[in-house]
Design a binder for this molecule. Structure first.
Ligand code: AMP
Length: 210
């Protein structure tokens, strides 16, 4: 099954994708995680993407389309995949179609701007393995270190309030039209994000019939 997790930043796409990919035994491909890794390693792509990411705007289409094209060509994607954070523009969605990729379902996780601001202020990320948490909704044992690998939790630079405002503006202006693109194709299933991770997962599984 080829699935897209769609929604505003902080709606819980990454957390749900991590859970569902284990259930279905398919990989999750996150352009945001790939870009953060490139920034950390100071690769040419990372250096070029850094300022756009830190200001809450989008990295150029050709960069993320390149990441996705290379990743989807790998063997582990043959039986399906989850896309988290891609496509974020209609041009990216069209590029995915042009690659001959057939999307089965788009899970749209709905959350108000108010909810997003609240959620992103409590979001924490493992600095080493990238696992994502929330101080209230998805805490670790001590809210300081990662339950999976024990490394320290960090706050993403782009979760700072002034950047969140700009990420939401970018989402409404550039990414929301992608939903109309897939709605027209009859692929969208919407769910409202819930307070708890488990309850959201239950709704996602119901939407995917798994
Ligand atoms: P995310 O982890 O999905 O919230 O992505 C973090 C940041 O990476 C975004 O705010 C963008 O600057 C950049 N990014 C991730 N995915 C994309 C994409 N598909 N298109 C453009 N920029 C992206």
């Amino acid at each position: 099954m080829n699935i897209i997790f769609f929604g505003p930043p902080g709606a819980g796409k990454g957390t749900q994708a991590e859970i569902i990919c284990t259930c279905l035994n398919i990989p999750t491909i996150s352009t945001g995680a790939a870009l953060r890794e490139a920034v950390k390693n100071e690769t040419p792509m990372g250096l070029a993407a850094k300022s756009a990411m830190e200001s809450g705007s989008l990295v150029p289409d050709e960069v993320v389309i390149g990441i996705i094209r290379d990743r989807l060509a790998q063997d582990d994607c043959k039986n399906g995949y989850i896309l988290d954070g891609f496509p974020r523009t209609v041009a990216q969605a069209e590029a995915l179609d042009a690659m001959g990729q057939k999307i089965d379902t788009v899970i749209s996780i709905v959350a108000s701007d108010e909810k997003i601001v609240e959620r992103l202020s409590g979001r924490r990320l493992c600095g080493v393995c990238g696992a994502s948490y929330h101080l209230v909704y998805n805490p670790t044992k001590d809210n300081k270190t990662c339950d999976k690998c024990g490394a320290d939790l960090i706050i993403r630079k782009d979760d700072a309030p002034e950047v969140v405002k700009s990420r939401l503006e970018t989402y409404h202006a550039e990414t929301e039209p992608v939903l109309a693109y897939y709605t027209e194709k009859g692929l969208v299933k919407s769910i409202e994000t819930q307070e708890g991770v488990e309850e959201t997962t239950r709704l996602v599984k119901q939407a995917l019939c798994i």
